[in-house]
Write a protein that binds this ligand. Structure first.
Ligand code: FAD
Ligand code: NAP
Length: 530
């Protein structure tokens, strides 16, 4: 039977009834209204004292936080630090203190059932209550020894030393669906933090958490349909993957673990060792070429279709490896996915889902890989790896000035950065791109960049050419101190700035040296390498 709410209005325990008849409201101090609370929660202030981490809370730990200035309350298995909320609570501090350091679910239900506490208190979330004795449900064979190369305890120890709680997972089922739930215990989790693949009978979900990957890798016990859905509950760091059963039978277990299943793997610094990558642990799926468009005389926009059994959104500033087999040898090179354009109206109508991945790739006629890529026909396949790279999105928080220094195809990481910064960073005052190329014909998306600068006054672009024609009246030469000192002017004296540099290795190294000479601190610089 459906749980239809009572028609009586106000409902027996609704805010209207309780406030007028039962519970008394306490007069709040000035500056402590609901709107003030909402403003505080959106200010970016660390309201839990945990710097954005989510932790697993034991009963013993919960009990310790029972004072007004250190008050944790558990509601339906989630623990909140309600100290910052005390003065904003319409029922007064004493009422909140009744549940201090304990499970306040019953008390909460008596008085506050109507309140959307998950939303009101989401910035106060400390984490989940620890399960008393988690029993692994997925192993069909008891105590099966895993082939894991990384002893999980060691990795987990390092992770814990860095102040993080280890992720975990669970699963449940209905007649037709199996839901796998990953508890990352981190707040900054988005749809681009999880990569899911279902190939043959294997199910693989890699969650990127800080500099680690949490892996679920299972040979499923039953067949599932090709497609699945992925949902992220950001404020609690929970990921749900819903698989569709082929047959409506009850599964006794999820399946058999594969290598590194249920382990937390540190991301390795791969450097420039392409050959090592051929045999490394990078995971690939085959993507189909959908379109190929000329962008300049030698650079093309490639669009690839991900298989329906893959969920992959490459985060900003990260690259992937493309793999082709050329005369029996596997060749692998890194490429940085871009959006299909800088401005949405350039491509109408947009393609219907997130399953496309775009690259701007320069074809070198004497190159090893790019001519092969260019020879592919529409419908042919290339293997695309999981993302790599180390740009942290947190570097954009509260940013005021963003400076981008790009040479040639070093422009590719700047595409998503531009789109992201201009649409998601309200504090941003100025974004400036200095784009180094040989000639005017080499400039990628020149008209889009000029149009964007016209449309969004925060954005400016400056082209610098090393081999211009005599008609060029813009800037000329190579990256230099003179060019940079004029270009890198902050909008405010002490503005929060980030400078991103990308091009050939010598270009990037030269850029970093010059920025150092100009006294830009290291924490304001991000350079793109492999
Ligand atoms: P290569 O075989 O590497 O040759 C490139 C050029 O160098 C050719 O002109 C070749 O003739 C010349 N050359 C090769 N060897 C020598 C030699 N010994 N002496 C003199 N000349 C030589 N590129 C993009 O176009 N788009 C991207 O999004 C992109 N993203 C990248 C992301 C990362 C993290 C990195 C590190 C690189 C990225 N690149 C990108 C560059 C890309 O990985 C390849 O290096 C590039 O496509 C060239 O590959 P290739 O095999 O075709 O050419
Ligand atoms: P390009 O056309 O050869 O060069 C672009 C501009 O940079 C030219 O004006 C060039 O001047 C200048 N330049 C090159 N080397 C320089 C140096 N050492 N000092 C100062 N200026 C220099 O560029 P491209 O062929 O597109 O190559 C782009 C490079 O970026 C590739 O090496 C690629 O691997 C790299 N890339 C890296 C990433 C990443 O994430 N790490 C992403 C994409 C691309 P000249 O005319 O004098 O050559």
């Amino acid at each position: 039977m459906l749980n239809v709410p009572s028609q009586a209005f106000p409902a027996p325990r609704s805010q209207q009834r309780v406030a007028s008849g039962g519970r008394s409201k306490v007069p709040l101090k000035q500056g402590r209204s609901l709107m003030d609370w909402i403003r505080l929660t959106k200010s970016g202030k660390d309201l839990t004292g945990l710097k954005g981490r989510l932790i697993e809370v034991t009963e013993e730990e919960l009990k310790k936080h029972n004072k007004k200035d250190d008050c944790w309350i558990c509601i339906r298995g989630f623990v909140y630090n309600v100290s910052p909320y005390m003065e904003y609570h319409p029922g007064g501090e004493d009422e909140l203190m009744r549940a201090a350091g304990s499970d306040g679910t019953d008390l909460f239900d008596q008085v506050h059932r109507w309140v959307n506490y998950e939303s009101m208190l989401k910035e106060c979330l400390v984490g989940r209550m620890a399960l008393k004795s988690p029993a692994p449900k997925d192993y069909c064979e008891e105590k099966k020894v895993l082939n894991g190369v990384f002893p999980q305890s060691q990795v987990t120890d390092t992770f814990a030393k860095e102040g993080h709680s280890s992720p975990s997972y669970d699963w449940f089922q209905t007649d037709s669906l199996v839901t796998i739930v990953i508890y990352t215990k981190q707040k900054d989790i988005g749809l681009d933090s999880i990569i899911v693949d279902h190939q043959g009978g294997s199910f693989r979900a890699e969650t990127i958490i800080q500099d680690h990957s949490f892996l679920i890798y299972i040979e499923l016990s039953h067949e599932i349909h090709e497609d699945f859905s992925v949902r992220v509950v950001e404020n609690v760091g929970k990921i749900e993957i819903v698989l569709k059963k082929k047959e409506n039978t009850s599964w006794k277990c999820l399946g058999h673990p594969r290598e590194n299943h249920n382990s937390l793997i540190p991301k390795k610094d791969r450097g420039f060792l392409w050959l090592q990558i051929l045999h490394s642990d990078l995971y690939y799926r085959k993507c189909q070429l959908i379109s190929k468009e000329d962008v300049t005389h030698d650079t093309k926009l490639f669009c690839w279709l991900l298989p329906p059994s893959t969920h992959l959104q490459v985060p900003i500033g990260r690259h992937v490896y493309l793999k082709l087999t050329v005369t029996g040898t596997e060749i692998v090179k890194p490429y940085t996915p871009v959006s299909d354009s800088l401005i949405s109206e350039f491509k109408e109508p947009p393609l219907p889902n997130n399953n496309y991945i775009y690259f701007l790739i320069k074809i070198y006629p004497a190159g090893l890989f790019t001519p092969e890529l260019d020879h592919l026909q529409i419908g042919n396949f290339v293997s695309v790896s999981n993302p790599e790279g180390n740009l942290k999105i947190s570097r954009f928080q509260e940013l005021e000035d963003l400076f981008l220094l790009a040479a040639g195809t070093g422009f590719t990481p700047m595409v998503k950065i531009l789109n992201y910064a201009l649409t998601n960073i309200p504090s941003l005052r100025k974004v400036k791109l200095m784009f180094f190329n040989k000639t005017e014909d080499d400039i990628i998306w020149r008209s889009q960049l000029e149009k964007l600068a016209f449309k969004d006054k925060r954005f400016e672009v400056e082209f610098v050419l090393s081999a211009p024609t005599s008609e060029w009246n813009g800037k000329q030469g190579h990256i230099s101190q003179a060019l940079l000192s004029e270009f890198l002017k902050r909008s405010l004296d002490k503005s929060k700035a980030l400078i991103c540099v990308c091009g050939s290795t010598p270009f990037t190294e030269q850029g970093i040296r010059l920025l150092d000479d100009l006294n830009f601190p290291k924490d304001e610089i991000h350079s793109f390498t492999a």
